[in-house]
Structure formats: structure tokens, C-alpha cells
Design a binder for this molecule. Sequence first.
Ligand SMILES: [Zn+2]
Length: 135
Amino acid sequence: MSHNPIRDEFRAGLARGELLVQKCNDCGGLNMYPRHACPHCQSSSLGWQKASGRGVLHSFTVLRMGAPIGFEADLPYALGVVKLEEGVQLLTRLVPDANGDWDSYACDVPVEYVPMSGDSIACQSAAWFRHTSSK
Ligand SMILES: [Zn+2]
């Protein structure tokens, strides 16, 4: 993969168990995904804020076949769009239920960030989430 300092910073946060959201040092706006200039004020002075990790599942899909190249061995897996309580959205991986499926997931359920070990995110920069109503 090509060198990408912004993506690397996000991924390094995941490896530490932290979900990072880019924050503009000038206007305080939050950006997800991270970029080189603030979409609110065009500032290039951008930092990071640790997100709470809490949010709501906006939509999700379970992939059973037809994975992108490089992800075939992961099948089946679920991708979800999570809206964080900070107001930004990101594409995430969803932790399966105990039976290995995602039957208990539904749109608008509360979800939380699940820190993963560095190994499991080594080849991808996705954050993992699970819904919080099952516990
Ligand atoms: Zn800004």
C-alpha cells in the first residue's frame, strides 16, 4: 500500500485500541474520513480527537460471497455504517453474534467500538463495532 500519513495515523490509533476522529484546530469541526484540508473552513491545521466509541448503526450489509479481492478469506462478514455520537459516520466491521451470524443486528440499534489486537487490523484499517443491546 502507498504511504498515507493520515490513514496511517488512524490505523495506528486502532492498533492502540483508540478510535480517532480528525478535528480541525481552527474551527473545531470533526472530519470523518480524515483529509488534508478541513471541509468546513479549508484549514490545513488538523489534529485528532479520541472518539467516545458510542454510536448508532445507520445501515449494514452481510457479505456472503463476492468479496473484494483480498477479502475472500474473511467471508462471511458484515459491514456497517455507524453514526458516532460525535456526529460523524464511518464504515465499520461488525462483530458477529455467538452463532456466527448477524441476526440480532438492525438499523438504529446502539453500537460501540470494540478495540482489536494489532494483528487483526494489520491488513485493513477498519474499526470493529458490536451492538450493545445483546449484553
Ligand atoms: Zn476547520
